[in-house]
Design a protein around this ligand. Structure first.
Ligand code: ADP
Ligand code: MG
Length: 270
């Protein structure tokens, strides 16, 4: 760990980030900070710029202006060597899995290790099998191809690959989208177990209110190009800001809110 990246320093700091596509302003002076070890969620309506923000954090998209500091490295001043180093320090679980169809699960999970670690084939396979187990999959799933997996198994296999290089930071894009409730509950538990075992910081984009109530330490609500609300779910649920209020008072939001209230009272829309 570098002196600049002490435990007290946030793992991600975005200041005054502005992003536009054509004449569409997506981020208009957005600020946020992710602390080491926390599970941080980004929520907001469709088109509010969540995926773009995630892409900016993993250096797949460059904002028009603003400062980004990730794991102690200032972007965009970073050298290509620093950027290469950074890419090995995080893992990403993409919404649709993003696994190579022609490779087995074991080969998919082993791929980042083959590229970035000086290990023998046997060592790679053993480590990949470890990540597969950590992701809650049976060992025999390693020999299967992605096309033969259910939605929940695919998410877990994608997670196993994201964990391949033992990342300090894990990005999850809609980790429970498209899953049946039972599989989604399994993912909630897995995320909590991972954070406990791996001392990892997690940033996730999600629409899933159950997931948010179960696992998120803090949640940022994106609207109109900025973070309009920030806090734990209990804190956010008492805020009356319009963008935050809207987020909680959709039908599903209302239901999830009612379930998590000790009094059983749903948030009543204005
Ligand atoms: P969200 O993930 O919150 O639904 P996105 O970050 O995907 O939102 O997109 C925010 C806005 O930016 C949307 O209006 C989307 O159409 C637009 N957008 C995203 N990526 C591009 C792109 N590569 N080119 C043009 N417009 C884009
Ligand atoms: Mg999106």
């Amino acid at each position: 760990m570098t002196p600049a990246n002490t435990p007290t320093e946030p793992v991600i700091q975005l200041q005054n980030v502005c992003t536009h596509f054509g004449n569409k302003m997506v981020h208009q002076g957005l600020n946020l900070e992710v602390r080491k070890g926390e599970i941080f969620a980004i929520v907001g309506g469709s088109g509010s710029g969540k995926s773009t923000l995630l892409r900016e954090m993993i250096l797949l998209h460059r904002p028009d202006s603003g400062s980004l500091r990730i794991l102690g490295v200032n972007l965009p001043q970073a050298t290509s060597e620093q950027i290469l180093g950074l890419r090995k320090r995080w893992g990403v679980m993409f919404q649709y899995g993003g696994l190579f169809a022609a490779l087995t699960v074991l080969e998919n999970v082993g791929l980042p290790m083959r590229e970035h670690r000086h290990l023998s084939g046997v060592e790679v396979d053993a480590l990949a099998a470890e990540k597969i187990a950590l992701s809650g999959l049976k060992p025999e799933v390693g020999a299967q191809y992605p096309s033969s997996l259910s939605g929940g198994m695919l998410k877990r296999a994608s997670l196993a690959r994201a964990l391949a290089l033992e990342p300090e930071l894990l990005f999850l894009d809609e980790p429970t989208a498209g899953l049946d409730p039972q599989s989604a509950d399994g993912v909630d538990d897995l995320i909590l177990a991972l954070r406990k075992q791996q001392n990892i910081s997690i940033v996730m984009v999600t629409h899933d209110l159950d997931l948010l109530w179960h696992v998120a330490d803090r949640v940022a609500v994106l609207a109109d190009g900025k973070v309009q609300g920030l806090g734990s779910m209990p804190e956010l649920s008492t805020q009356k800001l319009p963008a935050v209020h809207r987020f909680f008072t959709g039908t599903r939001g209302g239901n999830a809110f009612a379930q998590h209230q000790p009094t059983g009272q749903a948030w009543k829309p204005k």
